[in-house]
Design a binder for this molecule. Structure first.
Ligand SMILES: [Zn+2]
Length: 389
């Protein structure tokens, strides 16, 4: 992906702390819902015409929005009544941490990815991860100028203790003690830092910008090195009282696979993640691509591993539907090949576990997925935190 230095806002860096609370609300509304007329914005946010005029002037002066008639890109001007975000007014860093690498993106204020880079990790030890995130943030800052905030997503529970976000533990990274990752990073990068569970961040961004837009309740499954889900109810991401929401997957199915961390040989975790598929297919750890190639070529142990994964994922989705009855379930992640190999097995697992719910009433989609969406989700979470009042 190419960088776009020409898009960098000129002038002094934005002072987010100087922005009024109402200004932040208007920005967030434009970010999530797109350009709007002043009247619609005032109605949605319950603002008087006079206070919206005052806030619009504040945001125009800060370079954050433009009235429609001042849009340079419009061949014929849009109505002055309409307010537009100026995406190039600010940039954010979003990072997704895996056990092998730190994957970073830069987004603009509209959460559009404009640049990316990867740094390989020698190990996922805490200090190593912090150094890599700092290096990535500085490298991207050198290319794009001042960053407004940094968002980090990782496969871990994130809890708040006395207002401070802590990474509670991450089996995937081998972290067991709570880590004050936001503070450790903020001291080094000198900007606000937000930490989020990676699937929660993916879910929040999907709800604002993906097929989850316009749905008040959405469940997103992230399937890859593990399986997790994010839940949106009444337009709000449910994080849980300990940051632990979205644990799915110890539902038992009538098959035998790799034992899960709880010792179950027959639960969703025994089948669905990429490491589980590797183990059940009998290939070496990390040889997911080999298992996939063999499963596509012939009907053998490898294809059975993918079929069981599809069935188990169907069972997990059914349990979510039974519990929450969401409007939409979106399946995302790099480990969803089982749905192409054996879509019927997914439907079988779903139907077998739905409780008095007709299959036809369950809306499931599989939006286009790229690994960068996790990092973008982390950036979007940082934008949201900066704009929350
Ligand atoms: Zn289990």
């Amino acid at each position: 992906m190419t960088s776009h230095p020409a898009e960098i806002a000129s002038g002094p860096p934005l002072r987010w702390s100087a922005l009024s609370a109402t200004g932040r609300r208007v920005l967030l509304d434009l970010l999530v819902h797109g350009p709007r007329s002043r009247i619609r914005i005032a109605e949605r946010l319950g603002l008087s015409r006079a206070s919206l005029t005052r806030v619009a002037r504040e945001l125009v002066d800060a370079g954050l929005i433009l009235p429609g008639d001042m849009l340079a890109s419009a061949s014929r001007g849009r109505p002055a009544e309409e307010l537009h975000l100026r995406p190039q007014a600010a940039h954010f860093v979003g990072v997704k941490v895996t056990a092998e690498r730190v994957y970073a993106v830069v987004t603009d204020l509209a959460a559009t990815v404009v640049d990316e880079l990867e740094i390989a990790l020698v190990s996922p030890a805490e200090g190593e991860v912090v150094d890599a995130i700092v290096d990535a943030t500085r490298a991207l800052g050198a290319r794009h100028g001042t960053m407004s905030a940094l968002g980090v997503g990782l496969a871990a529970d994130v809890l708040r203790r006395e207002g401070e976000p802590l990474v509670a533990s991450s089996p995937l990274l081998g972290w067991s003690a709570p880590v004050p990752l936001a503070r450790l990073l903020a001291e080094r990068v000198g900007m606000p830092v937000t930490i989020a569970n990676d699937v929660h961040a993916l879910t929040a961004a999907h709800h604002w910008f993906g097929s989850g837009v316009d749905h008040r309740s959405v469940v997103v499954y992230g399937v890859g090195a593990g399986i997790g889900c994010g839940v949106v109810i009444d337009d709000e991401l449910v994080q849980g009282s300990h940051g632990r929401s979205g644990r799915v997957g110890h539902t038992r199915i009538a098959r035998t696979g790799r034992p899960c961390t709880n010792g179950h040989p027959d639960c969703v975790h025994s089948f669905v993640s990429m490491p589980a598929i590797e183990a059940n297919a009998g290939v070496a750890p990390g040889d997911y691509a080999v298992a996939l190639e063999r499963a596509r070529a012939a009907d053998g142990r490898e294809r059975a591993a993918f079929a069981s994964a599809a069935y188990a994922l169907g069972a997990a989705v059914a349990e979510t539907v039974n519990l929450l009855d969401p409007e939409l379930i979106s399946l995302m992640g790099e480990g969803l090949d089982m749905l192409d190999l054996d879509p019927a097995a997914f439907d079988d697992g779903l139907s077998a576990h739905l409780e008095q719910v007709p299959r036809t009433s369950v809306r499931i989609d599989r939006p286009p997925f790229a690994f960068g969406l996790y990092a973008r989700g982390a950036a979007a979470t940082a934008i949201r935190e900066l704009l929350s009042v």
